[in-house]
Write a protein that binds this ligand. Structure first.
Ligand SMILES: Cc1cc2nc3c(=O)[nH]c(=O)nc-3n(C[C@H](O)[C@H](O)[C@H](O)COP(=O)(O)OP(=O)(O)OC[C@H]3O[C@@H](n4cnc5c(N)ncnc54)[C@H](O)[C@@H]3O)c2cc1C
Length: 523
């Protein structure tokens, strides 16, 4: 027989089955020895008071055989002779689109600008140590997309629990730890993601799909409003009746190409700001009420949000125990972002703190109005380069208190950002509307989290790639581009997702629509 039971336990009790099974048995009114197996279905930490508790929801079996294995809801089959569908970009949207195509009986042909994930790791190591940026292989581009060397946080605002659980189940099937299936804030970690991406590639190739690395799309082949395929750098063509475009929001050349070819794109609101970093022990002390974290609690996180002068100011992609990384994708740019390893054991805690940017906030661009946000974003990244590295990826930085007070920092605290930082008056060169809102936002956050405005906190510029400044309009039902039949704009770059899980969900949805054209529907 199976039972469901909710319980609250001390962190050390929640960490060991031998300690929480007796609590579950007491709640169920049965002897602990009757429980033959138990698994956590949900886990969250309640640190609102000094007495920190862990909430567990358990599924418990009293059958002698424990749990019989749950059937896997995935059906990867041979698609060797099935209709091809082109997938451009091997980020979360493209990879999950390709996996879904296999399930539905179509043959995914994936073309990817960057390199496979193992070689890409070496390119990133060169970027960190020697400041050498490869415009095709970096934190944004290459197998796994921006999700590969990311934090691997799997939170999403998507309310469709079934869709989210499916994505988590697929990641688990490809090697992610079972904890992601029940943690309220699941996280994979930058060191574990590449292995999972390699396993996804193996599934695709085994089924009969193709993946072509170092093969960037350069041109759409469109005839009478219907996409026929794409041309890639070097001149090769790939033909298919359906193309899923999942190139992410850093692929500026794609937006420029669409604009040049007269294919509709539109501007959309986005967000920009800085990345703030504290010592992790300070965030632990704030969130765990001055108590040491000990071995049973995770590195503490925070989520902050306020409104300043009619715009949202909020923390974004908080990385406890993480690192700030150089996320530029082109020469002459400095862009910062954050990630953390599975154990979240670096001595630093970082988060983007960004201001909502609406279309009215940016200078118009008469020649290409849809690209105004992109031009504004790119301009600030060049400024960050000019004030930071000039010859590399050194980031302009300022002590948090100095940024809020509007004065240059004489010294900077240690940071996790490997390419290094240089003191810069960010308050003087970032746009005044962003600076004023960030300054006020930080004052509010300092009140919400006592100790946040610490002398040990530092801000780095510029956090500019939080979301896409462009949308590629598509029909809400068919998900095809409004003008181009057979083209499915997909994921974050198309403006329909933000983050790994929502991009993966959008990838699956586009695959379903593309496959339906060939009469292939849910197995
Ligand atoms: C450092 C970092 C940390 C992050 N941490 C998290 C996190 O913890 N949790 C979270 O949810 N999100 C995180 N994100 C954001 C997340 O990675 C993105 O939201 C997500 O990857 C978007 O998925 P996508 O498939 O739509 O696009 P992308 O991941 O951007 O993938 C696009 C792919 O298309 C390829 N491409 C580009 N141009 C071409 C072309 N011309 N031809 C062929 N291929 C092309 C690129 O090389 C890339 O592989 C992080 C991002 C970064 C940079």
């Amino acid at each position: 027989m199976r039972h469901r039971v909710s319980l609250t336990a001390a962190p050390q009790e929640a960490a060991a089955q031998s300690l929480y099974i007796p609590i579950a048995a007491r709640k169920l009114g049965i002897p602990p020895g009757e429980i033959t197996a138990a698994r956590i279905t949900r886990k969250s930490i309640d640190a609102r008071s000094r007495r920190i508790r862990v909430n567990l929801e358990l599924e418990v079996s009293t059958d002698p055989a424990g749990f019989s294995p749950a059937p896997l809801p995935l059906h990867y089959r041979s698609v060797h002779n099935q209709p091809p569908v082109l997938v451009v970009g091997a980020g979360p949207a493209g990879l999950f689109a390709a996996l879904r195509l296999v399930e539905l009986g179509c043959r995914p042909i994936v073309i990817e600008r960057g390199r496979e994930v193992r070689t890409r790791r070496k390119d990133i190591a060169r970027l960190l140590r020697q400041h050498t940026l490869d415009p095709d292989s970096n934190y944004g581009f290459g197998e796994g997309g921006a999700g590969a060397f990311s934090d691997g946080k799997l939170y999403t605002r998507s309310r469709k629990r079934g869709d989210v659980q499916r994505i988590l189940a697929i990641l688990h099937h490809h090697g992610a730890a079972a904890e992601i299936l029940f943690e309220t804030q699941p996280h994979i970690g930058t060191n574990k993601l590449p292995g999972i991406i390699r396993n996804i590639r193996a599934t695709l190739l085994e089924a009969g799909g193709e993946i072509h690395f170092e093969t960037p799309l350069t041109e759409f082949i469109i005839n009478a409003g219907i996409i026929q395929g794409v041309r890639t750098r070097g001149g090769a063509t790939f033909k298919a009746a359906a193309t899923i475009l999942a190139t992410g929001h850093s692929a500026r050349d794609i937006y420029q190409g669409l604009q040049r070819d007269g294919i509709a794109i539109e501007p959309k609101p986005f967000a920009m700001g800085v990345r703030v970093e504290h010592p992790q022990r300070l965030i632990d002390r704030i969130q765990y009420h001055g108590q040491p974290r000990g071995p049973y609690l995770p590195a503490a996180a925070y989520r902050l949000v306020t409104q300043v002068d009619g715009r949202g100011v909020y923390s974004f992609c908080m990385c406890p125990g993480g690192f700030i990384v150089p996320a530029a994708t082109g020469p002459g740019e400095v862009v910062v972002n954050g990630m953390s390893p599975a154990k979240r054991n670096s001595p630093f805690a970082n988060a983007g703190v960004v201001v909502e940017i609406r279309l009215a906030d940016i200078p118009p661009m008469d020649a290409a109005p849809a690209l105004a946000g992109l031009a504004y974003q790119a301009g600030l990244e060049r400024e960050a380069f000019n004030h930071g590295g000039r010859h590399g990826q050194t980031a302009p930085a300022q002590c948090l208190r100095d940024f809020v007070a509007g004065r240059l920092s004489a010294d900077l605290p240690a940071t996790s950002y490997l390419p290094g930082v240089v003191s810069s008056p960010l308050h003087a060169w970032l746009p005044a509307a962003i600076v004023a809102r960030l300054q006020q936002g930080f004052r509010v956050f300092g009140k919400q989290l006592k100790g946040f405005m610490s002398g040990e906190a530092v801000v780095l510029a510029v956090e500019s790639r939080t979301s896409s400044p462009v949308r590629i309009p598509r029909h809400p039902e068919s998900l095809q581009h409004q003008q181009v039949q057979g083209l499915y704009p997909c994921g974050e770059g198309a403006g329909y997702a933000g983050g790994i899980v929502s991009s993966a969900i959008d990838g699956e949805r586009c695959a379903e629509k593309a496959a339906a054209v060939f009469g292939k529907t849910s197995p």
